[in-house]
Design a protein around this ligand. Structure first.
Ligand SMILES: [Ca+2]
Length: 119
């Protein structure tokens, strides 16, 4: 378990996508104002539940995106289900999704779970 946590914290911002396909590399932070442990996740067109797998489930408090125009959706549950919160650019505090994020998608993600999004 220690080895896994160590791996997560030191390799957090490695760029996974090497094909230049327009992927957004999202950096999740455990604390407010981009502090504490980090976890990097590459978002393409689909839902990504990597935070759950990597032990970063329900830990995200702030988020950094590469560009102020980038937009990702944080989801309460894995597989992009439950409550959601859109982040445009970077967000020093995840507001309603603080310590709740379990998966991430692009803002224009249209999956089977989209119909269950609460207003
Ligand atoms: Ca959650």
């Amino acid at each position: 378990m220690f080895a896994l946590l160590f791996l997560c914290s030191c390799c957090a911002t490695v760029l996974i996508n090497s094909q230049g396909t327009g992927a957004t590399v999202v950096t999740l932070f455990e604390d407010i104002n981009y502090g504490g442990s980090t976890f990097g996740v590459t978002v393409n067109a689909d839902c990504v539940s990597a935070p759950v797998v990597a032990g970063f489930n329900d830990r995200t408090t702030s988020i950094q995106l590469p560009s102020t125009n980038d937009c990702v959706t944080l989801w309460e549950d894995r597989d992009c289900q439950g409550d959601s919160f859109n982040v445009i650019g970077s967000q020093a505090f995840a507001d309603s999704m603080n310590d709740r994020t379990s998966s991430v998608s692009p803002c224009n993600y249209v999956g089977p779970s989209k119909q269950s999004v609460k207003p």
